[in-house]
Design a protein around this ligand. Structure first.
Ligand code: GDP
Ligand code: MG
Length: 370
């Protein structure tokens, strides 16, 4: 039932209806102006006329993320995005802090480290790794539920004295469901009652088989407290990242995901965006969730103002019309009119969804533009 009439599609593309009929005829479909065509045909037609398809609908809360893929030759290696999960008190926060402490300080101005929901470290070898600073499986599964699969690698923290606990097992299940590779960090190995081997054995019961036991999951013994094993952990992250061949096109309009957002007294609506592809620049016009805006300023995790941010870089963005939700997608658009249009549309859809359960019709599902 999802269809659009030829005339309606022509209107949306600002083309003559007769030209569409002609093109359809060439494609082997004989239709009149008021006849409906299906989605696939409509998409072909849109491309035929050199327009770009942009979905504006519920499915499209992720506008762009599921959009056109970048040509292979435009792709460049990007840093991995890592999330730390595990049972409460097993040392997630301590490990995040310890890893951050290993970062090679960049430049002399060295701003103040600030919490923006994600941070990036530079390893001794010069490689970058991005950590989502919101540990816990809730944040992870919530983001995923919103269609934002931003994590490339999960670090499962298991305290060597405590062993596998309920949230450890939940974290394993979430990671498996997401299809994300896992590295097990066996923490608190400084403790006298630490038993790393028992952790490895218990993991077998949940089909997490570490390399020593003939499996493929990397594991590493660490102590977030004594700061041991951190370099090995970093090496294993980099190795895993290499295997994943993570890449993105940095030379295009940016798309990103909201990691965190809030209303700041002095600065207004502020969101931490993890850039997924393209490069986000000051002055860019964007849509984020049901909000829109223009990048007024960007601040990195060091508290420094930056002018641009490439793939896998987290930045705090100022200049939003309102506060988006974690997991919302940000897409840079050509102008403010377009930004407002898409944002208004999304707001309308969000309201509709709340008041009726009616499915979105195809008419609402896309507009075509140049
Ligand atoms: P989270 O709940 O997983 O974020 O755990 P935290 O990082 O808050 O750590 C919980 C407690 O374990 C704190 O008291 C930490 O100081 C302690 N802790 C974390 N890592 C280690 C470690 O490697 N060795 C020891 N002995 N204690 C640790
Ligand atoms: Mg914590």
């Amino acid at each position: 039932p999802e269809s659009i009439t030829v005339q309606e599609l022509a209107n949306r593309m600002a083309e003559k209806g007769a030209d569409l009929v002609k093109a359809l005829f060439k494609m082997g479909t004989a239709v009149t102006l008021n006849q409906p065509i299906d989605q696939d045909t409509a998409e072909l037609l849109v491309e035929e006329f050199g327009h770009r398809i942009q979905r504006v609908s519920d499915a499209d809360v992720e506008i762009g993320m599921q959009g056109e893929e970048d040509a292979p030759e435009t792709l460049k290696i990007r840093p991995p995005v890592v999330t730390i999960m595990g049972h409460v008190d097993h040392g997630k926060t301590s490990l995040l802090d310890a890893l951050r402490g290993t970062s090679v300080v960049q430049g002399e101005s060295g701003g103040i480290t600030q919490h923006i929901g994600a941070y990036q470290i530079k390893t001794k070898g010069g490689d970058l790794i991005t950590f989502l600073d919101t540990p816990g499986h809730e944040a992870f599964s919530e983001m995923r539920a919103r269609g934002a699969n931003v994590t490339d690698i999960v670090i499962l923290v298991v305290a060597a004295d405590d062993g596998l606990m309920p949230q450890t097992i939940e974290a394993i299940n979430h990671t498996k469901a997401a299809g994300v590779p896992m590295i097990v960090a066996i923490n608190k190995t400084d403790k006298p009652d630490a038993n790393p081997q028992k952790v490895r054995e218990r993991l077998l019961e949940h089909e997490v088989i570490v390399e020593d036991m003939g499996g493929e999951t990397q594991d590493v013994e660490v102590s977030a407290l004594k700061k041991t094993g951190l370099d090995t952990l970093i090496d294993k992250i980099l190795l895993q990242a290499e295997l994943l061949e993570l890449s993105a096109n940095p030379d295009r309009d940016a798309e990103g995901t909201v990691v965190e957002a809030q209303l700041d007294k002095g600065r207004g609506a502020v969101a931490t965006i993890l850039v997924r592809r393209g490069t986000l620049k000051v002055g860019d016009t964007f849509v984020v969730g049901a909000e829109s805006g223009k990048v007024r300023a960007m601040i990195n995790d060091q508290g420094q103002q930056v002018k641009s941010a490439g793939p896998s870089t987290p930045v705090e963005v100022l200049g939003l019309s309102g506060v988006p939700m974690a997991g919302d997608q940000m897409t840079v658009v050509e102008n403010e009119a377009r930004a407002r249009e898409v944002a208004a549309y999304r707001q309308e859809q969000a309201t509709k969804k709340r008041t009726t359960a009616a499915p979105t019709s195809f008419e609402h599902m896309f507009s075509a533009l140049n």
